[in-house]
Design a protein around this ligand. Structure first.
Ligand SMILES: Nc1ncnc2c1ncn2[C@@H]1O[C@H](COP(=O)(O)OP(=O)(O)OP(=O)(O)O)[C@@H](O)[C@H]1O
Ligand SMILES: [Mg+2]
Length: 380
């Protein structure tokens, strides 16, 4: 067990700054908890109090039921991995030795620690060929992966991550987020993760703690509750104007109908007959979507332009097992109004209409209303 509890915790810095105010929070063992909130609201301070890098002014923090003020800080930190923005790697040590740092500190032989470090590199999706490089010879995303590998190397039950992915570009960031989800599904660590980004919080968190000014906790709930039922105006504001749309990501699209859509390969385009308003999905030999063509595009292609000139780029693709947000986005981002569902091989599997996604939402909600009412009358 490695649950973490804050009880009446406050932190006032010597200059009088009230960074954290009366914080009560229970973080379950094996859960992924995200601290989110605007700059200066005490996220880092709260996180660093867990490993005693910062000492609370009032209150008690327990880890696995033990008051951490009674635990030797060095010993405490051996059980707590820590990842920060820009990875915080030692610049004059190789990737492998960076990852092996803590195990060596814990008394493992350098050889054994290096051997184990190679396996941790695999685990975070880093090529072993990078083991001999120095941090400056890596991309930002690779450095962040090394940071995660270093924190995992000693296999601590708790992982603290302070904006670990905020300095990398959006594409790499999504890769790292997916990697974290995969790792957590394997490892079941107790993870506390700080971010400014509500989308990142919603994607990763089992529970989200929203902090407001003065380090006052505003709400601590699963992401779908934060979106559907914000506790304060502050949370509603912070969760953003798109929160209804974001909330769709927690709803299954399994019952959204996939319609047959007309497809053609580039070679078949010349034989097509289209009327104004018709759209055809252009696919490759493996039926993977390439783009859309309407009458105007088709005329361009027939006039000798390359197919790419006559094609409109496709919208987002709806993946197998996707949610209502992905279903709706596929339809509204598609030039034809048809969202394209693909199967595991990436081949087009059918078309989705936005109106039917909204119908599906309405059905799910009325089913939830019925359940709610039944509970209500059962209680009477
Ligand atoms: N050592 C310090 N001395 C005085 N004030 C500090 C100190 N460290 C942080 N603060 C102040 O405490 C408040 C909370 O800081 P903290 O770093 O915990 O916020 P944060 O939520 O992590 O912000 P950010 O999102 O910008 O990282 C801020 O007002 C900050 O200026
Ligand atoms: Mg911070």
């Amino acid at each position: 067990m490695s649950d973490i509890a804050f009880e009446g915790v406050g932190k006032t810095y010597p200059d009088g700054t009230q960074a954290v105010t009366d914080l009560d929070l229970r973080i379950e063992s094996g859960s992924f908890t995200v601290f989110v909130g605007p700059s200066g609201c005490g996220k880092t301070t709260s996180m660093r109090m867990i490993n005693r890098m910062i000492v609370p002014t009032v209150g008690t923090i327990t880890v696995a039921g033990q008051d951490i003020s009674t635990v030797d800080p060095v010993k405490l930190r051996l059980g707590i991995g820590y990842v920060i923005q820009n990875a915080g790697l030692l610049p004059h040590r190789t990737v492998l030795d960076n990852v092996a740092t803590v195990p060596v500190l814990r008394g493992q032989s350098r050889r054994a620690a290096r051997r184990a470090a190679l396996e941790v590199l695999d685990r975070v999706g880093l090529d072993r060929g990078l083991a001999g490089r120095y941090p400056a010879q890596l991309s930002g995303g690779q450095q962040q992966r090394v940071g995660v590998a270093r924190a995992l190397a000693a296999d601590p039950p708790i992982l603290l991550m302070d904006e670990p992915f905020s300095a990398v570009d959006p594409v790499v960031r999504e890769e790292l987020q997916a990697e974290m989800q995969r790792l957590q599904a394997d490892l079941h660590k107790t993870i506390v993760f700080v971010t400014h980004d509500i989308d990142e919080a919603i994607k990763l968190g089992d529970r989200i703690a929203v902090f407001g000014r003065g380090g006052v906790l505003q709400q601590y709930d699963p992401p779908q509750v934060i979106l559907a039922d914000p506790a304060t105006d502050f949370v509603a504001d912070f969760a953003g104007r798109d929160r209804g749309y974001r909330g769709l990501s927690f709803r299954s699209a399994a019952d959204v109908v996939l319609h047959d859509i007309t497809t053609a390969t580039a070679e078949q385009l010349s034989t097509l007959r289209l009327e104004s308003g018709d759209w055809v999905l252009v696919v490759d030999a493996a039926k993977r979507p390439q783009g859309w063509v309407d009458v105007t595009g088709l005329e361009l292609i027939r006039a000798g332009h390359p197919p790419a000139d006559g094609m409109a780029a496709g919208g987002s693709l709806f993946p197998p097992g996707g949610d209502l947000r992905q279903a709706l986005d596929s339809a509204i981002s598609s030039p034809s109004g048809w969202g394209v569902a693909v199967d595991d091989s990436g081949a087009a599997a059918g078309g989705i209409l936005a109106t039917e996604v909204i119908d599906q939402l309405a059905q799910q909600r009325s089913a939830e209303d019925v359940t709610r009412n039944r509970h209500f009358f059962d209680q009477e």
